[in-house]
Design a protein around this ligand. Structure first.
Ligand SMILES: [Mg+2]
Length: 341
């Protein structure tokens, strides 16, 4: 058993080839419980949502809107079986990892986006000054990580309107009945609580609407979150949408076992730096220390609809060595074995 936990620890910090198999053995009971709730995963909300008075009418400006006008990413995230499957897959991997890490009782948190190192990454101790350990926690983003903003994205697709902060604020206040949990989220959060691990939300929803946000999460069966204790929002500090300071505040009280998000700014602010080009941002995600974290402390939910990934034009998306056109014979293939390493 000691060897098993040692390998789980190695998995957390540097990678371990057999870690996944061993972790499965460690958490079999927890997985059994999760599988028993699979109908909840498949069927979405456990609790019955309150009815919404009247039918929502399609915006007049988009009376002709049909499936062909719904952006591909929007279709994929909110209606595809593939997106649902990827989400459940991510939450299942999270459960396996967190249970193993919790059992290993490591002395430090997972890597966080704390500004105590030149590259913006850092860890915090899990030990209390007077002895003992901080309570264990997992940090989640909210939007498109635990909840799907279906109603708001319907409006955007149907109206063709770009993101509008004022309309988003109205959605935060009034849209709870049109939220849905991300598939797998409810079972995952409940399993954490059953294991004595505190789920904490670090979201860029606004402080002014935090009470509505609390109600929305509870309504979906995700449980009760307390503002400033287990729910951290934009406006609690002077850092705007940056989350590193909030992560530091959480890690001062909790031993953070994992981070979960749909935008890489949910893991470290450096990913949201505006001057980063798309390819440079991708290279940072794939470099050694950071690359070790995906599925291994940091867990990503899919979101092709909005986020910091949306930058650059065709020359950024396809650098010169990625381009081809009919009638062109490419003479030298890229070395795919070394790309990104
Ligand atoms: Mg999000």
């Amino acid at each position: 058993m000691r060897v098993l936990f040692a390998c789980a620890a190695a998995l957390a910090l540097s990678g371990c080839a057999t870690g996944a198999v061993l972790a499965d053995q460690v958490v079999a009971p927890a997985l059994d419980r999760a599988l028993q709730t699979r109908s909840q995963v498949a069927d979405g909300p456990i609790l019955t949502l309150p009815p919404v008075a009247g039918e929502v009418q399609r915006p007049a400006a988009a009376a002709a809107a049909d499936g062909s006008t719904v952006p591909l990413g929007t279709k994929w995230l909110y209606s595809s079986a593939e997106a649902a499957a990827v989400s459940v897959q991510a939450f299942r991997q999270l459960g396996t990892y967190v249970q193993a890490r919790h059992a290993a009782q490591l002395p430090a948190s997972v890597l966080l986006g704390l500004p105590d190192r030149p590259d913006g990454l850092g860890t915090e101790t899990c030990l209390l000054p007077g002895g003992g350990r901080k309570p264990a926690a997992v940090i989640f983003d909210g939007d498109e990580t635990l909840i799907l903003n279906r109603g708001h994205e319907y409006w955007r697709a149907a109206s063709g309107q770009p993101f509008d902060p004022a309309i988003w604020a109205e959605w935060e206040r009034t849209g709870n009945a049109r939220l849905a949990p991300v598939p797998g989220a409810v079972a995952a959060v409940r399993a954490l609580r059953e294991a004595g691990i505190t789920p904490i939300i670090n979201t860029n929803r606004a402080l002014e609407t935090a009470a509505d946000t609390v109600r929305g999460f509870a309504q979906l069966g995700l449980g009760d979150f307390v503002i400033g204790e287990t729910l951290f929002v934009r406006g609690m500090d002077a850092a705007g949408s940056d989350k590193d300071a909030r992560r530091a505040r959480i890690a001062a009280r909790y031993c953070v076992l994992a981070q979960v998000g749909d935008n890489l700014g949910d893991f470290a602010d450096l990913f949201n730096e505006r001057e980063l080009g798309a390819q440079e941002r991708r290279r940072i995600a794939l470099r050694g220390e950071v690359a070790q974290l995906w599925g291994n402390g940091w867990f990503v939910l899919p979101n092709p609809v909005y986020g910091a990934f949306d930058r650059g034009g065709i020359d950024d998306v396809f650098p010169p060595d990625a381009r081809w056109q009919p009638g062109t014979q490419v003479r030298t293939a890229p070395d795919i074995m070394t790309q990104g390493n």
